[in-house]
Design a protein around this ligand. Structure first.
Ligand code: NAD
Length: 381
């Protein structure tokens, strides 16, 4: 039979064939993007490898943010990036950030330049009245971190450090397990963060120069081991001893910065930890040696594919987890909410300064060849 109008539903009622406004559907619980007027405008400062491959895509995928501006020392590159991501030419600035103060479309500046350049960029952004997300490490030394915090106080603006692992699902699951006691007693922890430096790569040029990086593998990626263990175990070490090693190579890549660093840490609870960093091998893992399972994050802090394994005498378990890529969007949305709604920042400037203090203590211990005692803020006692 031909299904000609009027159509009828199963109960025999006539179905409307004209366009008709239906009532509001029930909404499910999924987080949805904020409308444009509620999103914070982000400008990215420094358009290098991490900025273009991870930071800008994360801002564009975030629920609470929109890419509103770019800051670069290279106008040709900046123009290309602006065109690719739909940033208007009027919101592209050089590092002087001249004119940024009058740009109401930008609320937050994300600083992604070499470590020793962070201060210049962070202070300029703060003086333009913007809030700042600053890449790790906060600076190349603790004095620079303190000056940035002074500038933030003077400007009445917020600063967050981009410790993305605090937003990574496997890391978050492990932290929850430590807190709930699921690992039993954890009196020992290890973390090793290594990635080969490439003397030919553009992005590694400044890493080999102490004046721009502030240090070698410990400053660059060992900071993940240090910051990660303190966060997971919820205590700051009381004493430490460190050694560093810079082998001679034909290309001179370790002439100014250490290739390898090794640190023994003692925490106020008595817990021991051993961390290492390197610019030779490729591996990033964290092991918490619990009395029930031993928890292993391997990889622990990769951009994608991190994995938590719980090892017991009866075999390995792999807790379900969300994709690691959420970490990038997670930190962008978190800081947007901190600026807009005033929620507490999970990785504040104080944490960045504490880690700079600890890095200085590590290098001091390595150069003196002795154990050093620490204050609660990580500085040398
Ligand atoms: P990169 O060399 O690829 O980018 C650095 C950018 O800064 C370039 O665009 C460069 O032009 C610009 N720049 C400005 N002043 C400079 C100067 N005086 N010398 C050299 N470059 C200068 O480096 P990257 O790997 O993107 O690292 C940048 C920052 O991001 C560093 O602080 C690094 O620690 C951090 N980072 C974080 C992650 C992470 O996972 N969170 C990953 C990589 C890098």
């Amino acid at each position: 039979m031909n299904d000609a109008p009027p159509y009828r539903d199963a109960g025999g009622s006539i179905l409307q064939v004209r366009a008709e406004g239906r009532p509001e559907p029930a909404l499910d619980d999924a987080e949805r993007p904020q409308p444009p007027s509620r999103r914070l405008g982000w400008a990215v400062c420094g358009l290098g490898h991490f900025a273009q491959n991870y930071a800008i895509p994360a801002i564009c995928r975030a629920n609470e943010a929109r890419l509103a501006g770019l800051i670069s020392g290279n106008p040709v590159k900046a123009k290309g990036v602006a065109a690719a991501w739909g940033v208007p030419d009027r919101s592209v600035y050089d590092y002087s950030m001249c004119g940024l103060a009058d740009d109401d479309t930008v609320d937050i500046v994300y600083v992604i330049t070499p470590n020793a350049i962070h201060e210049q960029n962070v202070v300029a952004a703060l003086e333009a009245g913007k809030h700042v997300l600053c890449e790790k490490p906060f600076a190349h030394d603790a004095a620079s971190a303190r000056r940035m915090m002074d500038a933030a106080r003077a400007a009445g603006r917020k600063v967050m450090i981009a410790y993305r692992a605090h937003f990574e699902p496997n890391n978050l699951a492990l932290r929850a397990m430590v807190r709930s006691g699921d690992l039993g007693e954890v009196w020992y922890a290890t973390s090793d963060h290594h990635r080969p430096i490439d003397p030919e790569a553009e992005r590694d040029q400044w890493r080999m120069k102490r004046a721009l990086s502030g240090g070698g593998s410990m400053m660059d990626i060992g900071i993940y081991a240090l910051n990660g263990l303190i966060w997971l175990l919820d205590e700051v070490p009381r004493t430490l001893v460190a050694t560093t090693f810079s082998p001679e190579t034909a290309d001179g890549r370790f002439d100014e910065v250490e290739a390898i660093a090794q640190v023994q840490l003692v925490f106020p609870s008595g817990r021991r930890a051993s961390i290492s960093s390197g610019y030779v091998a490729s591996k990033k893992r964290i092991d918490l040696w619990g009395s029930r399972p031993v928890a292993v994050l391997d990889p622990a802090t990769a951009y994608r594919g991190n994995r938590l394994v719980l090892t017991t005498q009866d075999g390995d378990q792999f807790p379900a987890s969300a994709p690691s890529e959420q970490q990038f969007v997670g930190q962008v949305d978190h800081f947007s909410r901190a600026v807009r709604d005033g929620i507490d920042i999970l990785t504040p400037a104080e944490m960045g300064l504490r880690d700079m203090n600890l890095l200085e203590a590590i290098y001091a211990s390595a150069s003196r060849g002795e154990w050093v005692a620490l204050n609660e803020d990580g500085s040398l006692r």
